[in-house]
Design a protein around this ligand. Structure first.
Ligand code: SF4
Length: 439
């Protein structure tokens, strides 16, 4: 059995490191994008975007058009109207929702998702949600949140969605024993792996939020201890804390080290000994370490540059620097939540260049000057950078792919190795790379 090696900060880490704050032009997707993974997660929910044709195009091209399945998202297109036309608009929305719910009796939770066109901003969607909820209660709950792209980044869509759901969580009994809640949408396969590990550790009951079915909302109260599975859930965490729940501080479950530390936070809170944690996690840690070793050969010594996009940048940078030996040229993040990121920042190599927000032209200049081996960025920047000869990885892919936990640690590293291998293969006169664990 392998002992769980306590993780140590490198020197002093980046806990107090200076951060370059930029507030210029940004290149990010809007929060509507979250619907793509949320509609797969909550299987009896429907996401009705109230927006423009642009929103409809975005959501349809990003999520793909399902031909054989009934989709669980759609756009109600609001054309340009003055304020006097808003009464009709509300009537129209009610008609659309009524038709939808008659046609789709499987829907238990309907989200009205706001967007940023001015016609939509004028509409009071929270009042519409209350009105429709009262009409369709108890069969269907209608909630609203904003997926607007104004001053947000795409992962905030999930945060806004979950935060809107928190008031609907049932209260837990005042005398209930402590319960663990894992917060943040995870792929079902990852959720099942974590549920098994928590079960073997004797921690339970464990609830996942969001649940797979809207009828299975987890209770919340002062007995709730929650672990964030995603680093972009600031508003959801606040809403849970307002209901009495307590966040367990931990790094995020990326890589072997991050996953162990994340589980360790739960183990400590639920009185599980270090020995039990080591015994339970040993087989998975050993498998993950062996699989990671192959990727490390590809990645060690390579330099990575993160543009701000998914809010996963700091945990990913920690994983890449500590577990596969990459150097960090710059770690950009759209927002830096100091307390949610405290455990991660402490593990980054001291002296890491951190930036928050974006002034895209200046950041592009810094990126070109750094000449990184790989750049993690949004889709809008990837093609131009590839054309300049840089190797890129789309940040959004890291949100769609199961990357959390031990079994996915090597897959996560491979996501960074694959573009490097491809570039090496395509480079004229380049020798063929030796380790090609990826197809
Ligand atoms: S919400 Fe705003 S940014 Fe997003 S697709 Fe619609 S118009 Fe564009």
């Amino acid at each position: 059995m392998n002992a769980v090696v306590p993780i140590h900060a490198l020197d002093t880490g980046c806990g107090d490191a200076p951060v370059l704050r930029e507030r210029g032009q940004r290149e990010v997707f809007c929060g509507l994008t979250g619907i793509i993974w949320l509609h797969r997660k909550i299987q009896d929910a429907f996401f009705l975007v109230v927006g423009s044709r642009t929103c409809a195009h975005l959501i349809q091209s990003a999520a793909g058009v399902m031909i054989f399945a009934e989709p669980r998202f759609a756009t109600a297109i609001i054309d340009e109207r003055d304020l006097a036309g808003l009464a009709d608009c509300n009537d129209e929305l009610d008609r659309v929702v009524t038709r939808l719910l008659q046609r789709r009796p499987d829907i238990r939770l309907l989200f009205l998702v706001g967007s940023c066109p001015s016609e939509v901003i004028k509409l009071d969607l929270s009042r519409a949600a209350q009105r429709l909820s009262a009409r369709f209660n108890p069969g269907v709950r209608v909630l609203n949140y904003s997926g607007s792209g104004i001053e947000t980044t795409f992962t905030q869509g999930e945060d806004a969605c979950l935060a809107s759901l928190v008031p609907s969580l049932p209260p837990s009994a005042a005398t209930a024993p402590p319960e663990l809640m894992v917060v943040g949408a995870l792929a079902d396969v990852v959720e099942d792996q974590f549920a098994r590990l928590f079960g073997q550790l004797g921690i339970g009951p464990v609830r996942f939020f969001p649940p797979r079915r809207a009828t299975d909302l987890p209770p919340v109260g002062p007995n709730t201890r929650f672990l964030l599975a995603q680093p972009f859930l600031a508003d959801t965490a606040l809403a849970l804390e307002a209901r009495g729940a307590r966040r367990l501080a931990a790094p995020f479950p990326l890589g072997v080290e991050g996953t162990t530390a994340w589980l360790q936070a739960a183990a400590s809170a639920f009185g599980v000994s270090a020995r039990t944690l080591a015994e339970v996690t040993a087989p998975a840690r050993e498998r993950a370490q062996a699989a990671l070793a192959r990727q490390r050969e590809q990645l060690s010594g390579k330099t990575v540059f993160f543009f701000p996009d998914s809010q996963l940048e700091i945990p990913l940078a920690r994983f890449l620097s500590r577990e596969v030996g990459m150097s960090l040229a710059e770690v950009g993040t759209p927002y830096l939540h100091r307390s949610h990121m405290a455990a991660e920042l402490a593990l980054l190599p001291s002296g890491t260049f951190l930036s928050e927000g974006q002034d895209v032209e200046r950041q592009l200049d810094r990126c070109r000057a750094a000449e990184p081996d790989i750049v993690i960025c949004g889709l809008g920047l990837a093609n131009p950078l590839e054309a300049e000869g840089l190797t890129t990885k789309w940040a959004i892919e890291l949100v769609f792919t199961p990357i959390q936990g031990y079994e996915q640690a090597a897959d996560l590293a491979e996501l960074f190795a694959r573009p490097l291998v491809r570039r090496a293969r395509l480079s004229p006169g380049a020798s063929r790379p030796e380790v090609l664990a990826c197809s």
